[in-house]
Design a protein around this ligand. Structure first.
Ligand code: 3HC
Length: 312
């Protein structure tokens, strides 16, 4: 009985801290579910960053000029660093790198479904910058207010670097749509047709189907819902895409004067779950590439472990 009172009291104090806008730090008391949710979310975020290097990394050796090559190399390198920040943030909650990587490579853990789509042409690199990193920034600016200190602080640094990713992607699209050849304009429209809907899925299922959102918002991990963030991003980006003469691949898209929102047609959630469950266009290639990189790095981990043992 006494133990139960103590837990209730600790939970009440924890929730009062959240309500006051305090940051929860690694050594603080937290409900087991708060810890579990954060490990789930942060580790999958880290997996997304590292797997997200693959679609664009494939184009580094095919960049159209030296400047684009240098920019893309810097961007892909940034994503690796974001993965490291986020794995460290998850480790501050007690998760181990081995557990997290095993969950990824075994297919048990998730990562952003969008990275299971192929980058078929160079302009896809631009669309990943504008749309994928843009949507990630929208979500991550919200997470910068997350109640868990290490995660919110990682978001501040990551969002600063993502802004550069977003701008370099948008710069390319503007260039191709304003001064590109007819072939480049057609290639740009084709890319938008393929990336628009998978990008909308980055914000997660609709709120009514989002099984984690309620507890995440109760404890200040999320401060806006999936649908709210998705709508904000649509409202910001649609006018800019239309101004470039692009057509959104959504016949139901229309502006609602009353709400001020760009209303979209239905999102194909069957496609979403098919990809999340491992049956997307590139799932097998993505996990095979990550598995190869992990196996190729075994000798480094073994050498570091041997050195640590020798010097301890
Ligand atoms: N891809 C894959 N799985 C997804 C998903 C997506 N786009 N959206 C949701 N899911 C999964 C969730 O992980 C959850 O499964 P789980 O319980 O087994 O983990 C299930 O679908 C139900 O979704 P919920 O809405 O209940 O889950 P969340 O409340 O966690 O919301 C989220 C999903 C919005 C992705 C949230 O987890 C989140 O904000 N995560 C942190 C941000 C993140 O991971 N971003 C990924 C992109 S990072 C990126 O693009 C970087 C770029 O620069 C390379």
């Amino acid at each position: 009985m006494q133990e139960e009172t103590s837990h209730k009291q600790k939970l009440a104090e924890f929730e009062a801290r959240i309500a006051r806008g305090e940051k929860i730090e690694p050594g603080d008391w937290m409900p087991d579910e708060y810890r579990r949710q954060l490990i789930r979310m942060i580790s999958q975020h880290a997996h997304s960053e590292v797997v997200g290097m693959l679609p664009e990394g494939a184009w580094i050796t095919h960049a159209p000029n030296l400047r684009r090559k240098l920019v893309l190399m810097a961007k892909v390198q940034d994503e690796a660093g974001h993965g490291q920040y986020l794995y460290h943030a998850a480790e501050s909650l007690g998760a181990t790198r081995e557990e997290m990587l095993d969950a990824l490579l075994s297919g048990r853990a998730k990562y952003a479904s969008i990275f299971n789509y192929p980058t078929l042409t160079w302009v896809d690199v631009a669309w990943v910058g504008w749309l994928v990193d843009g949507a990630a920034i929208k979500n991550q600016m919200m997470l910068a207010h997350c109640s868990y200190g290490p995660y919110s602080r990682a978001m501040v640094r990551i969002c600063a670097e993502e802004t550069f990713h977003y701008k370099q992607g948008k710069e390319m699209i503007v260039q191709y749509m304003t001064s590109g050849t007819p072939e480049q304009k057609a290639m740009t429209q084709d890319g938008l047709n393929r990336w628009w809907q998978p990008m909308l899925m980055m914000f997660g299922p609709h709120d009514a189907e989002s099984k984690n959102t309620a507890v995440l918002m109760r404890w200040g991990i999320k401060t806006k819902s999936n649908d709210t963030l998705r709508q904000e991003f649509i409202n910001e980006e649609v006018p800019e895409l239309l101004a470039l003469g692009l057509t959104l691949p959504d016949p139901d898209l229309k502006f609602n004067e009353e709400t001020g929102n760009w209303q979209i047609g239905p999102i194909d959630w069957d496609e979403f779950w098919r990809v999340v469950k491992g049956n997307g266009p590139m799932n097998k290639e993505r996990l095979a590439a990550r598995t190869k990189a992990h196996n190729d790095g075994l000798w480094v981990r073994e050498a570091l472990a041997a050195y640590a043992e020798k010097t301890s």
